[in-house]
Design a protein around this ligand. Sequence first.
Ligand SMILES: *Cc1c(COP(=O)(O)O)cnc(C)c1O
Length: 176
Amino acid sequence: QLLAVSKRWPASDLRIAWQQGVRCFGESYISEAIDKINELKGLDIEWHCIGPVQSNKTRQIAKNFDWVHSLCSIKHARRVHDQRPTGLGPINACLQVNISNEPSKSGIRVEDALEISSEINKLDNIRLRGLMAIPAPCRALEQQRQAFRQLHELQSQLNTQGLSMDTLSMGMSGDI
Ligand SMILES: *Cc1c(COP(=O)(O)O)cnc(C)c1O
C-alpha cells in the first residue's frame, strides 16, 4: 500500500491526488496537517501522522489522525491512549524502530521492541499494527534491503512472541 507523504503540499494538491485515487496521506507537522484535515473534511481520507511525537502534540494526534507511525515510547503511547476521544475507536499505531542504530535518529532500540510493544499492546485505545523505520541512507540496493529485511524479521519475531502486527511502514522517494 502506498502512503502519499503530503507534508508541505497544499490541500489543493492533496485534493488532486485524491481525485486520482489516493486515499492515505502522511503528514509530519501537526498544525499544518490539521489545517488540511479541516479543509478536506468530507473526502474519505485516511490521515497518517509520520512526524515526531512530542508530549505537547499527543492530544492533537489522538483527536485528528487515523494512524500514528512514529510512536517511540510507552509514555507517549499512554498519552495518546488517554487522549483518544471516545467514539473514534482505537488509533492505529506503529512503533518507530531505530533500525540502523544511528545516534541522531529517533526510534526505539531493537532490543527494547518486545517490552515496549507488549506494554503498548495493553492500551485499549491503541491498535498496535506494526513497525516503522527510516533506515540510514545507502548507496547500494542490497544494503538498503538489509535494513528493510531486519525490520521484517523483527516483526516476525514479535508476532511469535504474542504480538499481532500486520504492517511495516518504510520507504521514501529517494530509495534506490
Ligand atoms: C518526509 C517523510 C517521508 C517521505 O520522504 P520523501 O523523501 O519526501 O519521500 C517518509 N517518511 C517520513 C517519516 C517522513 O517524515
